[in-house]
Design a protein around this ligand. Structure first.
Ligand code: PEP
Ligand code: MG
Length: 322
């Protein structure tokens, strides 16, 4: 079994009928980066920067961040590296004093891009470090917890300002650094048509999107059954996001845990998803599932899937399309 999977390292992530699916990796350490590279990931679809800020009392400065991001970029030797800006807050509390520790509802609080826009000094430092790393490979910036067009435009203005400043200081940075929004706040998913023109790509964060859609804490032990993407409301919203992205000609990826679950691969393909970003641990299993799938047959099953009225209906679809 493992040897069989090992053979897939150098095989394309292509469906039986010849449709290429992009498998990117999620990473938060240089170890993950090395694994992703060795497994033939198309690039990094989500590089989480939080760990740089955790378990320490002081914020990492620009140079420390720059060196870390540069090493990640070099580790992927030219493949795209999607660096997510700081997503502290809620479940990822720090010791540096950046995150408020007395929020009534941390998941609904000052986290992700909200925290960055409330601490523009910290945000600009991170953007400077990311842009400097863009001289070493293909860097893309991904912004967590986007809820509106206004936030996207605010982030764009900051990136532009920071880039101009860096060039004036003589730093070499890439001409183009793609900007993406995480789609994990329901209102952003619903209103995506209103800001898709302002981004280069989006990446669906199902971990949070499911939490917010179902009003079910992602870490709540008693809500494990409810907290699941296998809900008609979730599937319909995923389909909406994928369709709006396709209509605009912008790539739509998924980087939540659902993207790394081989049992859900066919369901996500049926919804039209072509880009997955997942932990290296299940990358080969997912590639295997994709290579055993027929894209056009699954597209034909997409509307049936969306007609399911309950979890049992979705599970019947999964069973039928195994
Ligand atoms: C998500 O919310 O799906 C996601 C990928 O981000 P995180 O798990 O870091 O919140
Ligand atoms: Mg998230």
């Amino acid at each position: 079994e493992e040897r069989e999977l090992g053979k897939l390292r150098s095989k394309p992530s292509r469906t039986r009928d010849g449709v290429d699916i992009s498998l990117f990796a999620n990473a938060e350490s240089l170890d993950d980066v090395a694994r992703a590279h060795a497994l033939g990931a198309a690039g990094l679809g989500l590089y989480r920067t939080e760990f740089l800020f955790l378990q320490r009392n002081e914020l990492p400065d620009e140079d420390e961040q720059f060196r870390t991001y540069r090493d990640v970029v070099l580790g992927m030797s030219g493949r795209p590296v999607t660096i997510r800006t700081l997503d502290l807050g809620a479940d990822k509390a720090d010791r540096t004093g950046l995150v408020m520790d007395d929020e009534d509802n941390p998941a609904l609080g000052l986290r992700g891009v909200r925290l960055s826009l409330a601490n523009t000094g910290v945000f600009d430092t991170q953007l400077r470090a990311i842009l400097r790393a863009s001289a070493y490979g293909k860097v893309r910036i991904l912004v967590p917890m986007i809820s509106s067009r206004e936030e996207v435009l605010q982030v764009k203005r900051r990136i532009k300002k920071v880039a101009t400043r860096l060039r004036a200081e003589g730093h070499e940075i890439a001409d183009q650094v793609a900007l993406g929004a995480m789609i994990e706040v329901p209102a952003a998913a619903i209103a995506m048509a209103g800001f898709i023109d302002a981004v280069d790509f989006v990446s669906i964060g199902t971990n949070d999107l499911v939490q917010y859609l179902l009003a079910a804490d992602r870490n709540h032990e008693a809500l494990g059954e409810l907290y699941s993407p296998l809900h008609p409301g979730v599937l319909r919203l995923l389909r909406h996001v994928i369709t709006i992205g396709a209509d605009a000609g912008k790539p739509v990826a998924m980087c939540g845990e659902a993207a790394g679950d081989p049992r859900l691969a066919k369901l996500l393909l049926a919804l039209g998803l072509r880009e997955f970003s997942l932990h290296p641990a299940t990358l080969l299993e997912l590639r295997k599932a994709i290579r055993g799938s027929d894209w056009s047959a699954l597209q034909a099953q997409g509307s049936k899937l969306l007609q399911a009225r309950d979890r049992a209906g979705i599970e019947r679809w999964l069973e039928k399309n195994k």
